[in-house]
Design a protein around this ligand. Sequence first.
Ligand code: NDP
Length: 287
Amino acid sequence: MQKIETTIVDGKALAQDIRQRIAGEVANLTCTGRRKPKLVVVLVGSNPASLSYIKGKQRACMSVGFDSEEILLPENISQEKLLAEIVRLNQDACSDGILVQLPLPTHLCPNRVAQAIDPVKDVDGLHPQNAGALLLGIPGHRACTPLGILEILDRHHVPMEGAHAVVLGRSNIVGKPVAQLLLERNATVTICHSRTKNLPAVTREADILVAAVGRARMVKADWVKPGAAVIDVGVNVIDDKLVGDVDFEALHGIAKILTPPKGGVGPMTITMLLHNTLNAYKIREGL
Ligand code: NDP
């Protein structure tokens, strides 16, 4: 088989570069006496993974000079009380972005929560107005992970126009929006899911392969076309070790561009949250 030189994506370095640009913009805004942009993260319950994610988001906010607030709500909060809290945050003059950490306890409906957030403050891009804006190709907040994936592809000069992009997964937060962003960039897009037949035959056709499934090391070496760009979104913990949806080691020498399970897509997702929050701030401040 043809041996390919594999470039491992340094998501941390890319993220750092974008964060520096955001921090510079914030410094310019605040030195003229303006308030700082502010992100509010709402967590229902005390899922340890979610707690660690929201701490990471807080640290990211600090690193670029944003204000941030975390609102911890009890696991058994009613749908009505949670929606009332969101209405309060929508009306709060100093909050630019509102993010409700997923997953929610099963008695709460994520769609109703997404619909309750003011679309301008919906920095996750999950409100129907923002999801619809993506489909129509009009301005609106785009979901953070898909935005980060496009940034990775752009910064590695991966051609999208005319490329065959295969997306594994069709969630509202990753699979569907990343497929739409790739389509917007003139890729020919195939979306796969749990009922797709003969998955390896489909993925082997991909010039760009995005895996967002949540199944450890599902994508094997013989699922990938030599020279493909492979973006691994999956986060799985096996024996206390973080592994992706892609068999990372096995793809060395096959993929041309490859994201690692740690320090790949993750840092870019949080950075795009900062990007969306700054955009929300600018819209709200009329800038
Ligand atoms: P979801 O569980 O919402 O969606 C998973 C998708 O994978 C579904 O569309 C499902 O199909 C599909 N799927 C499941 N099993 C298979 C299979 N055997 N073959 C083909 N398709 C399958 O997950 P998310 O999109 O929210 O997240 C996916 C992964 O990405 C998770 O590991 C998550 O932790 C991670 N993640 C990482 C982020 C980061 O920043 N690094 C951000 C967001 C998510 P169907 O629709 O038919 O059920």
